[in-house]
Design a protein around this ligand. Structure first.
Ligand SMILES: NC(=O)c1ccc[n+]([C@@H]2O[C@H](COP(=O)([O-])OP(=O)(O)OC[C@H]3O[C@@H](n4cnc5c(N)ncnc54)[C@H](OP(=O)(O)O)[C@@H]3O)[C@@H](O)[C@H]2O)c1
Length: 268
């Protein structure tokens, strides 16, 4: 253990998996810088501070260059020991029925903003030859996401990117891990307008358990962790299933009206 307090950044820490990652960080004694784009990030910071940890919050849209720059500036040059690049959002419905501005915001948040932040902080880590990065990907990245097509594509990108960056940094003391949750109980499906779908309404994993699995994987310097046995099976199956079959399976859980308790849902 280092004598000086360690410092972590968690993005998307106002709710869900990110808030649970932030709670774990304060339990482990990290000073924290947290970010999200709604005022709830301030409430999260207030409750995290009650543990006695130093917690600073910034309200920024991480889909934008300015938002990422503002978050980076808020670290005031302090060396980041752990970066949890977790902020992300989904978007349900058929691609052609989506508002393209919203679809673009999903790509800008999940992909462009995430890799821009990692580019800045991982460069600092490489200069210091020290640091840990945890990227929240998803098992959704293993499947073509019919009725959530853009989102699954962004997560396929992050799953792949995470392993590529890990390999590029393998001769340094900077580690990269990818947390790949399955469906988890958070605000995600409501925000993605998917509460009339099977996946949006089915029982889900506990966000704290998922976050702890991710944090542990990062500390053990693992490449990835698929959280939960059911999701591990699903990801193995997705890797051997013909991709067209996978796309058809995804329709069953993500198509609007597929919620089991919805009379309009239909068997395919
Ligand atoms: N829940 C699942 O089933 C599931 C499964 C696999 C992977 N994941 C991934 O897990 C991560 C966390 O999601 P969650 O499930 O915990 O959902 P959540 O409760 O909706 O949390 C998402 C977090 O990201 C923040 N965020 C979203 N867009 C942002 C932006 N443009 N700028 C700044 N902050 C932004 C949100 O803040 P605001 O409220 O301020 O927007 C919130 O803090 C995401 O990357 C998601 O893709 C989730």
């Amino acid at each position: 253990m280092s004598a000086t307090p360690t410092f972590a950044i968690v993005t998307g820490a106002s709710t869900g998996i990110g808030l649970e990652l932030a709670k774990r960080c304060v339990r482990e004694g990290y000073d924290l810088l947290i970010a999200a784009d709604e005022p709830a990030i301030e409430q999260a910071a207030t409750s995290l501070r009650s543990t006695g940890s130093e917690v600073e919050a910034v309200q920024v849209d991480l889909a934008t260059t300015e938002g990422v720059n503002k978050l980076y500036a808020a670290a005031k040059g302090r060396g980041v020991d752990a970066l949890m690049a977790n902020a992300g959002r989904g978007l349900g419905r058929a691609f052609l029925d989506q508002d393209f501005t919203k679809a673009g915001h999903v790509i800008d948040t999940n992909v462009t903003g995430t890799v821009y932040l990692i580019h800045k902080i991982a460069n600092d880590m490489r200069r210091r030859n020290s640091g840990r990065i945890l990227i929240t990907g998803s098992i959704a990245g293993f499947m073509p996401g019919s009725f959530q097509a853009i989102y699954n594509g962004t997560k396929a990108f992050l799953n792949s990117f995470s392993f590529a960056l890990r390999e590029e940094l393998k001769d340094t003391k900077v580690t990269v891990a990818c947390l790949m949750p399955g469906a988890t109980e958070t605000e995600f499906f409501k925000r993605a307008d998917m509460m009339d779908t099977d996946v949006g309404t089915t029982e889900k994993d506990d966000a704290a358990e998922v976050a702890n699995n991710g944090f542990d994987a990062m500390m053990k310097e693992k490449g990835d962790v698929v959280s939960g046995f059911k999701n591990q099976v699903q990801s193995v199956v997705a890797n051997v299933m013909p991709v067209g079959v996978s796309a058809s399976q995804h329709r069953k859980m993500a198509e609007p009206g597929s919620a089991k308790n919805n009379p309009a849902s239909r068997e395919r």
